[in-house]
Design a protein around this ligand. Structure first.
Ligand SMILES: [Zn+2]
Ligand SMILES: [Zn+2]
Length: 348
């Protein structure tokens, strides 16, 4: 096992079936004790002009109820929806188009404007997971929906202007590309090896142990060997479930524990609200067999250092493969070293 401080090699990403170039031989050092320079002034727990706070009027004219826990509503600016034009002009030549039907929803995690998912109690995160599950089941059952993408964009660096804790759901008439890729890889692996691909990823991580952040009877949290982003982490049930729909209440509770632990450690790393893109990778709902698909949550933080973004450039945008300047083992070590108690908590 190579445990030197530098790594310069290509690593195979088995879910995406592509190479990740790890070129951490130049500047990789554990990055600890660093803090973001500017933290925004603390926001109040209710903001009159916020579209997501309870009782407020939204852009579309509807008024939010006086909700007390998770609140789901149809997005007022949907990118896919029932109102999308149905009769389209056919494009010339080889080009194709289709109606952008589907459902776009917003999920507010809590009525409290100034909290984040990391700061919510485990019970509230478990309730959110149950809401995500119910949305997946309800929307996935629609004949026009082939896939349900559940995600949260967090932080201004990933384009979120309203800090009220919320995520989004896109239920679409097509399967998102990454899920399609992972589903195909998982299917092929199962045919060739007779086992779910993700089970062998978990086994490989458990054999190594250096990149595991948390493990309980039913949940595992790790920074994968093949991470494309410096602090990219996965939260997954240890048993293979194609989606949240088949998980037991205990497994969902354990998953909430693991997810909170990860998000708290992200925030504690530099004592800042850590930006990320969090995505649920659940099986498509198009009626195919996805028994080898293993549901997991992927977190992609865009930062490499407190004030340094990972820029997507030639290799990523132009070529389609990731070049990483950091060594997954070092980044996992940093996350393993920080406290499980949120720095804003009175017990910290
Ligand atoms: Zn709000
Ligand atoms: Zn995935």
């Amino acid at each position: 096992m190579n445990d030197s401080a530098t790594t310069w090699e290509q690593r195979w990403h088995p879910l995406r079936e592509e190479w990740v170039v790890v070129a951490a031989h130049r500047q990789d050092r554990p990055w600890q004790g660093e803090r973001a320079t500017a933290s925004p002034p603390p926001a109040p727990d209710y903001v009159e002009s916020c579209y997501f706070c309870p009782r407020n009027q939204r852009v579309g004219g509807a008024r939010n109820p006086d909700y007390t826990s998770v609140f789901v509503f149809d997005n007022d600016h949907p990118c896919v929806g029932a109102d999308a034009p149905q009769s389209l002009e056919r494009p010339p030549g080889i080009y194709r188009n289709a109606s952008a039907t589907g459902v776009a929803r917003v999920v507010c995690y809590t009525p409290t404007h100034n909290l984040t998912l990391a700061e919510l109690p485990v019970q509230s995160i478990a309730e959110l997971l149950r809401t995500w599950r119910d949305q997946y089941v309800e929307l996935g059952a629609r004949p026009d929906v082939r896939h349900v993408l559940t995600f949260e964009n967090k932080g201004e660096v990933v384009g979120v202007s309203n800090p009220h804790p919320h995520g989004q759901i896109y239920a679409t008439n097509f399967v998102f590309k990454t899920i399609e890729t992972e589903a195909a890889a998982s299917r092929r692996y199962r045919q060739e090896h007779g086992r779910p691909l993700f089970q062998d990823i978990i086994r490989s991580e458990r054999d190594d142990r250096r990149r595991i952040l948390f493990e309980s009877a039913s949940t595992i949290v790790f920074l994968p060997y093949f991470a494309r982003y410096a602090y990219e982490c996965y939260v997954a049930p240890r048993e293979t479930h194609a989606s949240l729909a088949t998980m037991t209440p205990e497994e969902i509770h354990d998953l909430a524990v693991g997810l909170k632990l990860l998000l708290v450690r992200y925030d504690n790393l530099w004592r800042m609200s850590f930006p990320y893109v969090l995505t649920l990778h659940q099986a498509p709902t198009d009626g195919d067999d996805y028994s080898g698909f293993h549901f997991h949550i992927e977190c992609h933080p865009p930062l490499r250092k407190p004030n340094l973004l990972k820029y997507l450039a030639g290799p990523e945008v132009g070529g389609g493969n990731f070049l990483s300047d950091t060594r997954p083992e070092s980044k996992a070590e940093e996350l393993r070293a920080v406290s499980d108690v949120h720095y804003k908590s009175p017990h910290a």
